[in-house]
Structures are given as C-alpha cells and as structure tokens.
Design a protein around this ligand. Structure first.
Ligand SMILES: C[S@@+](CC[C@H](N)C(=O)[O-])C[C@H]1O[C@@H](n2cnc3c(N)ncnc32)[C@H](O)[C@@H]1O
Length: 203
C-alpha cells in the first residue's frame, strides 16, 4: 500500500526530477541506442518511457515495466509507436512469456540495476536473455567509493531508497555485471553530480 504511494509519487515526479540531468544523460542514451542495428530489443525497467522517442521505427522493442504508475506513463509515450511492445511485468517474468521472444539481440538497461532488488540475479537474467552474439547496453549511476561523497551516499541511502522506490546509491553495477559473465567492449566512467557508468557489454 505505502509502496504503491511511493510508486505513484515516483511516476509523477520522475521526469521533472530528472530534467536537469537529462540534458546530459540524453547524449548517453542516444549513444547507446545508436549502436542498435537490429532487434529484437529488450528494454528493462522502461520507467516513464524516456527512451522510446530515441528508437528508430524499424526496430522491434519489447519494453517491460513492473510499476503500474510508471507503466501507465510509459503507455502514453508508446502511443502511436507500433514497434514498441510494452508489458507491465518485471525482469523475472520475461522468460516463458508467450508474447515475448526467448532471446534478444540487445538489452537496454538504463538506471535499472540500481533499483532491481537482487542485481546479481538481474545480471544473470540479462545473461540468460541475451543472444550469444548480443550486446548489453548499460547506463547507471554508481557508488563513488570511499571518498567523502561515497561516504555521504552510504549515509543517505537508507532514507533515499524507500523514497526513490528502491533505488540504491551504493551499488557498483559495473562490477556486478563483470562478475556475472559480462565483458565491456566499450565503457566510460563520468561524473554528473555523482559517478556514472556507461557501457556496451558482451557475454
Ligand atoms: C530509476 S527508474 C529508470 C527508468 C528508465 N529506465 C530511465 O532510464 O530513466 C528504474 C525502473 O526500474 C524498474 N524496475 C525495478 N525493478 C525491476 C525489475 N525487477 N524488473 C524490471 N524493472 C524493474 C522500476 O519500476 C523503475 O521504473
């Protein structure tokens, strides 16, 4: 019940909250989506559908979003985009879903592994769902380490996490993916308020 209220707030304020960051983030979203040359594509945790306008029309996109308030927002952005197939499900429900392919040429994961409950299992699911010659496209904010800012993130995380619907400020998604069978073929660490990681990865 309370979780649902936080999800509603998150869906309401996500786009305005992200607005100032998006001026920079959009370049990284465009970079990753620009690498996609064929489908099928799985977009995990599509949120409000912030990536939908960036896909070319010829690509078949299977987008999943488990939070109903976020899903409803994404549904509006997917309107008039017949190549975007949006499902109100989590990553755990993709395998075996009758309307979703068994494997994908690309998986796009932007700002998702910070939120997924068990990121190790999430990474293993990405591995399972990606074709052998497929690519994982990742954009994530990551923990800043043992500097002042990183210590502050650890301090703030218990308060931040419930407000931001499970988002963690203390994860190293780059390490989690590398420890779970992925290798970066192109990676970039950058600062935008906090520390960020962008990568194209293969199995
Ligand atoms: C911070 S938002 C990111 C939204 C969007 N991908 C973006 O780039 O702005 C994280 C999203 O991941 C979703 N999420 C959380 N757990 C998930 C899971 N197990 N499977 C799929 N998506 C999940 C949340 O509902 C939320 O919409």
């Amino acid at each position: 019940m309370i979780r649902r209220q936080y999800q509603k707030l998150m869906a309401l304020f996500y786009d305005p909250f992200m607005d100032s960051l998006e001026k920079e983030l959009i370049k990284h979203r465009r970079f990753l989506i620009g690498k996609i040359d064929k489908g099928p594509v799985l977009e995990v945790g599509a949120g409000t559908g912030v990536n939908f306008d960036l896909y070319p029309d010829h690509l078949e996109i299977y987008a999943i979003e488990p939070s109903m308030p976020m899903y409803k927002k994404a549904l509006k952005k997917a309107k008039n985009k017949p190549n975007i197939h949006l499902f109100n499900i989590g990553l755990e429900e993709v395998s075996g879903h009758p309307e979703i392919p068994e494997s994908f040429q690309y998986i796009l994961s932007t700002l998702v592994l910070c939120t997924i409950k068990d990121p190790e299992k999430g990474a293993a699911r990405y591995h399972h769902l990606l074709k052998n010659d497929g690519k994982l496209l990742v954009l994530e904010h990551i923990h800043s380490g043992e500097n002042f800012y990183g210590k502050l993130q650890k301090l703030v995380n218990p308060v931040w996490k419930p407000i931001a619907d499970g988002c963690n400020l203390t994860r190293r998604q780059d390490e989690i993916l590398k420890n779970n069978g992925f290798e970066a073929i192109d990676e970039k660490y950058f600062k935008l308020g906090t520390d960020w990681y962008r990568a194209i990865m293969k199995k």
